[in-house]
Design a protein around this ligand. Structure first.
Ligand SMILES: *Cc1c(COP(=O)(O)O)cnc(C)c1O
Length: 433
């Protein structure tokens, strides 16, 4: 039979590895050891110390490199440990350009730690390529590193990956993409010209809210060597057991993400027709300003939706009234999660900066889990009802009507989502081959 390139769902279940355990174990053994005996006092074996390398970690890193299309991947103790390593690539006196809608922890690292290292940081609206080009080549400054997210968290704004990567290359800056929201199942930034892709393994890779981890997938010998050196020197690698949790998570990642995406799509459609909701951010909606660009560079809109109600009180009430949605930071879990980013994951960004960046306090972020979509819609609908004040009969009735309309439209909607998923799968195959 003619050889064909396996699609990602298959490759997730059948990783290839240079590490063989000798027994054909279907689950990668956990090498829970700090040290490895040396063959002689003056020669080293393949492994000597787990900070420098561990076989369980190697299996994870090899699989991630294959998925991301990288020369090599590195597993870190968390996404932030991985991003912190990116910052280490920048010399003192150097400069980073990043987006104005970025993860709160990244914003804190760049705002509070980078300046201590003598690194300056400029935040720009990455959705506007001219802005990015202007920032990169501002008179008298050389940019060393560009860090971008697309879709951004939490507003799901879309950046032109290839455009920014080309602009970064043109001025000699390293282009790093935080791909935590998409993971390799939905987006492959290295294919669009990025040098490094960061994925918080805490999210879709581990997938069950059971560990933290971060991956850097890197192109180019020089960058690979630098990152290997920094990881070993600083001791920020992921431990063997956590690597194993990530490896187990990877096997079901495509399955989970497809279900989560379908659920998110249904929730986004439901929210966009609800009277209490003033705005919905989801790149799968045709009305989303980045819809066409996103669909051209990714294989699906993902499972994160954010929305506004125009009232912090109403948003807070919704978050607290939803039963199936746990109120937690993070996303990408089997369980649906709901949060108020300005009070939770993004609270470390000062209020005036949030306001200047257009990050509204009433923004609610949902991460769709793998539960039944009808249950999720019913539960969120009830939470919206509750937020309408109970006494506010008009709004509650409107919510009921929206739910009824949703029931009517459901079959058509599911059919449309299936069709879109089919088209996306086709375009992904074309890209992969
Ligand atoms: C969660 C997250 C991070 C940080 O990852 P941790 O594993 O929590 O350290 C970075 N970027 C984005 C977009 C994230 O969502």
């Amino acid at each position: 039979m003619a050889s064909r390139a396996w699609s990602i769902a298959t490759r997730l279940c059948h990783p290839t590895s240079t590490k063989v355990d000798g027994y054909g174990a279907m689950s990668t053994p956990i090498f829970q050891t700090a040290t490895f005996a040396q063959p002689t006092a003056t020669t080293f074996g393949e492994y000597d110390y787990s900070r420098s390398g561990n076989p369980t970690r190697t299996v994870l890193e090899e699989q991630m490199a294959a998925l991301d299309g990288a020369d090599r991947s590195f597993a870190f103790a968390s996404g932030m440990a991985a991003i912190s390593t990116l910052v280490r690539l920048v010399p003192s006196g150097g400069r980073i350009v990043t987006g104005d809608d970025i993860y709160g922890g990244t914003s804190r690292l760049l705002g509070k730690i980078a300046p201590r290292l003598g690194i300056s940081v400029e935040h720009v609206d990455m959705c506007d390529l001219d802005n990015v080009r202007a920032a990169l080549s501002r008179a008298g400054t050389k940019t060393d590193l560009v860090i971008l997210e697309t879709p951004t968290n939490p507003r799901l704004r879309i950046t032109d990956l290839a455009g920014v990567a080309a602009a970064a290359r043109a001025c000699g800056a390293i282009c790093a993409v935080d791909n935590s929201v998409m993971a390799p199942v939905l987006q492959l930034p290295l294919q669009h010209g990025a040098d490094i892709v960061m994925t918080s393994a805490t999210k879709f890779i581990a997938g069950h809210s059971d560990t933290t981890g971060g991956i850097l997938s890197v192109r180019g010998k020089e960058l690979v060597e630098q990152i290997a050196f920094i990881q070993n020197a600083e001791g920020s690698a992921l431990g063997p057991f956590d690597c194993w949790l990530c490896l187990r998570g990877l096997k079901t990642m495509a399955l989970r993400m497809e279900r989560q995406q379908r659920n998110a799509w249904r929730l986004a459609e439901f929210l966009s027709r609800h009277p209490l909701v003033t705005r919905v951010n989801y790149p799968g909606l045709a009305a989303h300003p980045g819809h066409a660009l996103h669909m051209a560079q990714a294989a699906g809109p993902g499972s994160i939706v954010s929305f506004e109600t125009g009232s912090v009180d109403a948003s807070k009430a919704i978050v607290e009234a939803a039963n199936l949605f746990s109120v937690t930071v993070s996303f990408g879990s089997t369980n649906s999660l709901i949060s108020l980013p300005c009070f939770m994951s993004h609270a470390s960004i000062p209020a005036d900066v949030r306001a200047a960046r257009g990050l509204p306090d009433d923004l609610v972020r949902i991460s769709a889990g793998i539960e039944d979509a009808d249950d999720l819609i019913a539960d969120l609908g009830a939470a919206l009802d509750a937020a309408s004040g109970g006494g506010a009969a008009h709004a509650a009735e409107a919510a009921e009507a929206a739910l009824a309309a949703e029931e009517l439209d459901k079959a058509a909607l599911v059919a449309r989502i299936k069709q879109l998923e089919g088209e996306l799968a086709e375009s992904r195959k074309t890209r992969e081959n």
